[in-house]
Design a protein around this ligand. Structure first.
Ligand code: ADP
Ligand code: MG
Length: 227
C-alpha cells in the first residue's frame, strides 16, 4: 500500500559538509493489514520517518508511492485529500479541540461538504466506535473533563472516522500511565484487525511494540527488523 524506495532525509549543518543524516536510504513496504512498530533512541528519526509516511514531511532523496501514486507528483490539494481520506494520525499529545465536545472532536475530520448520507454514516460510525472504546457515556463532555487515557481513546476514534487505509501513531501512549497505555495499545490492535487497516506505531514502549506483528529498530539512519 505504501512503499518507500531508498528514502533519505538530511538537514544542513554548519559542522559537516554532508549535513546531519537522519534517514539513510530506507526502503520499506507497508501492506494492507500490517501492524508495524518502530522503536529507537530519541532523536533517531522515528517521527521524521512517520511524517514522511503521512506526507507531512518530504524526503531529501528517494521515492515514495502511496497506493501506486508517486507522492512527489501530487499537488498540495491532492496531498491534503490523501491525508484526510486515507491516513489517520495519532500523536503523543491528543490535540483535541478544547471548545468541542467528544462527539464534535471525533466528527471534525468529516469534510463539511459531505452529503447528508455521508454525515449520517459518519455519525453512526462515531457512536459505534465511541461505544467500542468505552466512551458512550462521555460523548457530550469536553476534553478537560476527561482523563489522559480517555482523551487518547477519543483521538483513536477520530483517526478512524474517515475509514483510513492506514493509521500512523507517534508515541500514542507516551504520556499515559501504564494501565491506560495498555488499554489504548489493545484498542489500536483490536480496531486495526477489525477494520482491516495498516497500523504503524512509533514507540519507546517494548510492551506496545510487542503487540505489533512486525518490529523495526531505527538506528543511525537504518531500519533493522527484529523479533
Ligand atoms: P525521534 O522522533 O526519533 O525522536 P526526530 O525524527 O524527531 O527523532 O528527529 C531526528 C533528528 O532530526 C534529530 O536529531 C533532530 O534534531 C533532527 N531534526 C528534526 N527536525 C529538524 C529540523 N527541522 N531541522 C534540523 N534538524 C531536525
Ligand atoms: Mg519523535
Amino acid at each position: 500500500m505504501i512503499s518507500l524506495e531508498k528514502i533519505s532525509k538530511h538537514y544542513q549543518s554548519k559542522s559537516s559538509q554532508k549535513g546531519n543524516i537522519v534517514l539513510d536510504e530506507i526502503s520499506l513496504s507497508i501492506n494492507k493489514n500490517d501492524s508495524i512498530a518502530i522503536v529507537g533512541p530519541s532523536g533517531s528519526g522515528k517521527s521524521t520517518l512517520l511524517n514522511i509516511l503521512g506526507t507531512l514531511d518530504v524526503p531529501s532523496n528517494g521515492s515514495m508511492k502511496f497506493q501506486d501514486a508517486a507522492v512527489d507528483l501530487l499537488d498540495d490539494k491532492e496531498l491534503s485529500l490523501l491525508r484526510n481520506q486515507k491516513v489517520g494520525f495519532i500523536f503523543q499529545m491528543h490535540h483535541l479541540l478544547p471548545q468541542l465536545n467528544v462527539l464534535e472532536n471525533v466528527l471534525l475530520p468529516v469534510i463539511p461538504n459531505a452529503s447528508k448520507k455521508e454525515k449520517k454514516d459518519a455519525m453512526n460510525r462515531a457512536m459505534k466506535l465511541l461505544k467500542q472504546v468505552g466512551l458512550e457515556d462521555h460523548i457530550h463532555k469536553f476534553p478537560t473533563q476527561l482523563s489522559g487515557g480517555e482523551c487518547q481513546r477519543v483521538t483513536v476514534v477520530r483517526a478512524m472516522i474517515n475509514k483510513p487505509d492506514i493509521i500512523l501513531a507517534d508515541e500514542p501512549t507516551g504520556s499515559l500511565d501504564q494501565n491506560s497505555a495498555a488499554q489504548v495499545g489493545d484498542l489500536l490492535i483490536e480496531l486495526q484487525e477489525e477494520q482491516k487497516i495498516a497500523l504503524v506505531v512509533v514507540t519507546h514502549s517494548l510492551e506496545l511494540a510487542n503487540k505489533m506483528k512486525i518490529k523495526y529498530r531505527l538506528e543511525k539512519g537504518k531500519l533493522i527488523q527484529f523479533n
